[in-house]
Design a protein around this ligand. Structure first.
Ligand SMILES: C[S@@+](CC[C@H](N)C(=O)[O-])C[C@H]1O[C@@H](n2cnc3c(N)ncnc32)[C@H](O)[C@@H]1O
Length: 188
């Protein structure tokens, strides 16, 4: 899968969110220079950095100090002063209030939805990045209980093409499944 230079230069440790999925997160949440975001887990910070390249401010939480160190290096390299990386468990607490977007890429992220709900402004978006269908089902059940609206689940499949003298066709290599994406908005 093609990685543009501004991703190739980023360090990575745990599984990162790839540009094909980052693109749809940016597009569907409408993140812009006025947006305040919360992200978890930070991991290597690929999504956090991508949000911070666009948003007013991003706070990203992780429970692991070793991953936070890697993400901090990416933050410094990208000179993103609007990205704050915090040690913390979002299943226990999210301190920020009135935020526009909460992104969740971590195990059992449905258990962080109550805190995401508290943190969001009305109409704000929550995004779940979930590798398995079973996780999607749980996540959507909790969204419904919390009366989130406009719940929408999708998957991005990017097919790389081989363009050659002998013939042009989809490549047989590449990343197929990464994760399902669930988007929803905090109701009134
Ligand atoms: C797959 S990685 C996230 C990758 C990141 N989205 C990126 O694009 O680089 C999942 C992260 O969630 C963190 N995590 C797990 N449970 C957490 C929790 N309760 N609160 C915050 N972070 C958590 C893990 O330590 C891990 O770094």
């Amino acid at each position: 899968m093609y990685l543009p230079e501004h991703y190739r230069r980023l360090k990575r440790a745990p599984q990162v969110i790839l540009p094909k999925d980052i693109g749809i997160i940016l597009a569907y949440t409408g993140v812009n220079r006025d947006s305040v975001c919360v992200d978890a887990g930070t991991g290597s910070g690929w999504l956090a950095v991508s949000l911070a390249r666009v948003a007013k401010h991003v706070t990203s939480y992780d429970v692991r100090e070793d991953f936070i160190k890697i993400a901090e290096r990416n933050r410094e390299m990208e000179r993103l002063e609007n990205l704050t990386i915090r040690l913390g468990d979002v299943k226990k607490k999210i301190e920020e209030r009135d935020v526009d977007i909460v992104t969740l890429d971590m195990p059992d992220s449905d258990k962080a939805l109550k805190n995401a709900h508290k943190s969001l402004r009305t109409g704000g978006y929550v995004v779940g990045y979930l590798p398995h269908m079973e996780q999607v089902k749980k996540f959507v059940e909790v969204l419904d209980k919390l009366k989130f609206t406009e719940t929408f689940t999708t998957e991005v499949i990017a097919r790389d093409m081989l363009v050659r003298e002998e013939g042009t066709r989809p490549s047989t290599k590449g990343v197929w499944h990464t994760a399902y994406l669930v988007f929803a908005r905090k109701g009134e």
